[in-house]
Design a protein around this ligand. Structure first.
Ligand code: SF4
Length: 223
């Protein structure tokens, strides 16, 4: 089986539990959503042509980078044909810590062979009203999210902040997993989010600024 990889590179993780650490990135094309503020719009089209690689070639690339963190992203990685087989194969290497960035519309709990693995974590977005995609969220993801996983809210407005707080409370997320609030950099200032967190005493939620947009200019690809 071959996988359609549209970008692969070594960089630092811009977000997530290993933010700031080196990571090997594998980006797949094709997404099930179309968020208004998407910053990787080039990866959205289904059928976008990339490099066709076997799981052994992907593993070889990752090991060749020397990074122990692996970020599997998109687009939406969990809609790729055969993705469970690839991820299970990569996770057999216990020296790797694998983060899978997924958009909240895909039932993560159905990836039964992956959910129990210690070296795989899911970073599950909850798409807020400003994304235009909230009605596509699979709410069971937030009921079943695990301790080693992350729920990430990308925030573009006060309405988004208020909705994020409601979702955190409804699903008791701060007791279940890591919770991040991340600003859409062109739409809301981080200080606004911090003031909201102070005002509402939002404990166990982390503000997260996308590091790669500070280190490089926001438009730079493959970093
Ligand atoms: S889910 Fe991610 S890749 Fe897909 S449209 Fe939204 S931001 Fe872009």
């Amino acid at each position: 089986m071959e996988y359609n990889v549209i970008e692969k590179f070594l960089s630092i993780d811009g977000e997530g539990p290993t933010a700031g650490e080196l990571a090997a990135f594998i980006r797949f094309g094709g997404c099930s959503l179309a968020c208004t503020w998407c910053d990787t719009a080039y990866s959205i089209p289904m059928g976008i042509k990339g490099e066709l690689l076997t799981k052994e070639e992907i593993y070889g690339f990752i090991k060749g980078t020397g990074a122990s963190n692996v970020t599997i992203t998109g687009g939406e990685p969990l809609i790729q044909y055969g993705i469970e087989e690839l991820l299970y194969f990569l996770a057999k290497d216990q020296d790797l810590l694998i983060h899978i960035e997924t958009n909240g519309s895909i039932p993560v709990y159905e990836f039964e062979s992956l959910v129990p693995l210690d070296n795989i974590s899911f970073i599950i977005d909850y798409k807020l009203p400003g994304s235009g995609m909230e009605d596509r969220m699979d709410l069971k993801n937030y009921e079943l999210i695990g301790k080693k996983d992350v729920c990430k809210f990308v925030i573009s407005s006060l309405e988004d902040l208020e909705r994020a707080k409601k979702v955190v409370d409804t699903y008791n997320l701060t007791d279940k997993c890591l919770v991040y609030f991340s600003p859409v950099s062109s739409m809301i200032k981080p200080v606004f989010i911090v003031e909201f967190m102070k005002q509402h005493r939002l404990n166990k939620i982390r503000l997260q600024i996308q590091l790669h947009k500070i280190v490089w200019s926001p438009e730079t690809r493959g970093v």
